[in-house]
Design a binder for this molecule. Structure first.
Ligand code: GLP
Length: 259
């Protein structure tokens, strides 16, 4: 696990965007796994800038999002489809036909989830998966006690997650309490994973993920079992790490000897 600690959220987001850019440059028809939420917003802004100023092209890129709410009407402004269109897809040259989100509008959720898994497989899997981290340690919407080998399915959200995401909904709006999410096994199948954690409110979840025991109670901790994971943090999110100084030192060594 490579732990990269940077000064602030801008530096962490620029690093993450550059990492994604590299993977698109390396493989023109790269398959990206994408996330929603606040932590990835500055990364998406940086990618849009790269598209506009450095002509980074997404023309041949395919994307699979981690999750989507169940129960929102198609096109709802708080759906993750709308989020992705508004925050990224509308501003780059990606073909929207190649952007996939686990949207299940009819009641056959099982089939919808199976189809999502098959679609990912048929395209050869995800090259680089981008992740955020919930304050309760979730990745995607894989809440604590999710099976560490779970596949795409419907999950009931915890009160903590519903409360954290309430800020996106107006007071009297319906807020879903279930969602479809890639499973932890699905996420772990990606060839490379980059997780971004920003802010003091993430520091405990980050410490559990990086230094805690692997446990379904801290779903992100399963990333310790993946061979190609980069955890990108701002100083605040890194502030509860016991081996903070060691990670700063190893990254210096990494840059000196590996790049
Ligand atoms: C949300 C999403 C996750 C996201 C996480 C962190 O509920 N399902 O994909 O990474 O929680 O969100 P944020 O970045 O807004 O803190």
């Amino acid at each position: 696990m490579r732990v990269v600690i940077l000064k602030n959220e801008d530096e962490a987001s620029n690093f993450t965007a550059e990492f994604i850019e590299k993977s698109i440059i390396e493989k023109e028809n790269a398959v990206l796994g994408l996330a929603t939420g606040s932590s990835v917003l500055l990364t998406y802004n940086a990618l849009i800038k790269k598209h506009q100023s450095d002509s980074l092209s997404f023309k041949n890129v395919t994307t699979f999002n981690l999750d989507e709410y169940v129960g929102l009407k198609q096109g709802h402004e708080q759906s993750y489809r709308s989020y992705m269109n508004n925050k990224l897809f509308n501003h780059i040259d990606i073909d929207k036909k190649n952007t996939f989100i686990p949207e299940c509008f009819d009641k056959d959720y099982e089939l919808c989830c199976e189809n999502y898994e098959s679609k990912i497989k048929s395209i050869g899997g995800v090259d680089l998966q981008l992740l955020g981290l919930g304050t309760n340690g979730h990745i995607g919407f894989n809440e604590p006690t999710s099976s560490l080998s779970s596949r795409t399915r419907v999950k009931t959200l915890t009160e903590n997650t519903i409360a954290n995401n309430a800020r996106f909904f107006n007071d009297n709006d319906f807020q879903p309490s279930i969602a479809v999410t890639m499973g932890i096994g699905t996420i772990m199948d990606a060839n490379n994973i980059i997780l971004i954690g920003l802010g003091k409110h993430k520091s405990k979840a980050v410490a559990d993920l990086v230094e805690g025991p692997i446990s379904s109670f801290y779903p992100g901790s399963v990333l310790q079992n993946h061979q190609n994971v980069v955890i990108v943090l701002d100083n605040l999110a890194a502030s509860d790490l016991k081996l903070y100084d060691y990670y700063i030192h190893t990254e210096k060594m990494y840059l000196k000897f590996m790049c």
